[in-house]
Design a protein around this ligand. Sequence first.
Ligand SMILES: C[S@@+](CC[C@H](N)C(=O)[O-])C[C@H]1O[C@@H](n2cnc3c(N)ncnc32)[C@H](O)[C@@H]1O
Length: 500
Amino acid sequence: MNDQPNRRPRTQGKSGGQGKPASQGRPGNSGKPHKPYRRPQKDPVRFLAFEALRAVDERDAYANLVLPPLLRKAREQEGPEKFDARDAALATELVYGTLRRQGTYDAIVAACIDRPLREVDPPVLDVLNLGVHQLLGTRIPSHAAVSASVELARVVLGDGRAKFVNAVLRKVARDDLDGWLERVAPPYDEDPEDHLAVVHSHPRWVVSSLWDSLGGGRAGIEDLLEADNERPEVTLVARPGRSTAAELLDSLDPDSALLGRWSPYAVRLTEGGEPGSLELVREGRAGVQDEGSQLVALALANAPVEGSDTKWLDGCAGPGGKAAMLAGLAAERGAVLLAAEKQPHRARLVGQALAGNPGPYQVVAADGTRPPWRPGSFDRVLMDVPCTGLGALRRRPEARWRRRPEDLEGFAPLQRALLRTALESVRVGGVVGYATCSPHLAETRAVVDDVLKQWGDAELVDARDLMPGVPALGDGPDVQLWPHLHGTDAMYLAVIRRTG
Ligand SMILES: C[S@@+](CC[C@H](N)C(=O)[O-])C[C@H]1O[C@@H](n2cnc3c(N)ncnc32)[C@H](O)[C@@H]1O
């Protein structure tokens, strides 16, 4: 079984391979003289990666928030510990790769030790997994991967535990990833979900849920799970009315940027990069936004409505990606967007994203389950509800290990309440978009079906027609995007028209 989100005890046990520290330069029992004691050398890249992994484990920090300040500090430093761009790239790869592949690496480490994995202290496990990633997931030569890990262990764990790390990693180094997977993953025919969980490093319940939503056979789910393990491209949006994709593309190095696949506002940074350094982004005329998220906003804006089309609502707007698109599109058509967000600090982010919009808009901090606006006052409403985020696992490498099946029950009432608010807020003949960045059926179809069953005067619009040119959107009338098929996050959208 690979259901192991609880594998790491929060408190430090007393195992973890601690032995006595190596004696320092005195003859041992064998009579042979020991090597003279050598101080461990701190390798700044591995040390920083270890610090980031500890923060993720100990403080429940998010890797994408913890890493940038650590890297900035390392790049600003003077002296031999100062990072260059290659050091930063390696540290990022070590942290993200180790977190994503944690399930696989845990299984391999477990096969190399003679005690349960949960008895290994978390810092020791972090050093081991960092080492396993270098051995099996990068091109770093084996001897360098082992010696760098042992050196790190000496710095952060002490000499005794470094011996344990050395012994385990030497065992790991005897085979490559495929060899290890054959040994530690149960055969697919015996237990397909457990096999996929170990091979593609996802908790088993996540494999099951994704497979339920995706349907189909082995090839599709394997492609999806692997896509979750890839580093996603950075996608930019040229905010409607404020810039164009062509203008954005012109401002970039032609070797490392392409127009989007589906959204006419998207530009992809194929080699990564720092969007914050772009003038258009600094000016707010462009932003960072997954292409799936762009498609959702565009689909809602393009859904046919009967009669007037002047009042739009985004009921869960923070941090403001879709709201900024909708506000620009609304301005082009003489409509006004109200962007509402419960959390005041996130409402402020929405305000920043919308500042400079060519037409009027309003941002309010408001609870969508107790809306301050009058029912039936909008022509278009987007409800992009809080969810487990299982559709954006490639962006949040630690998220899959933190999420629990119980989280679904936590979100269920809120998702239903927010969809009901959306239906109450739209006038007859207007449209509602219900969106999630999770493909889990309990957060997508089940919510829409439940609410519509009680609602009555509403009908589903075929959302596939609102994403022209985008293939493989499912059987309709709702749409599900997928990382492996569309290169986007797994966004879900159902479009509902009020008929009453
Ligand atoms: C999935 S995010 C929305 C992302 C946003 N549409 C975008 O594209 O940037 C969901 C948002 O809903 C907010 N939220 C949670 N509960 C809410 C409620 N009761 N009313 C309004 N907003 C809520 C969360 O704070 C979060 O910012």
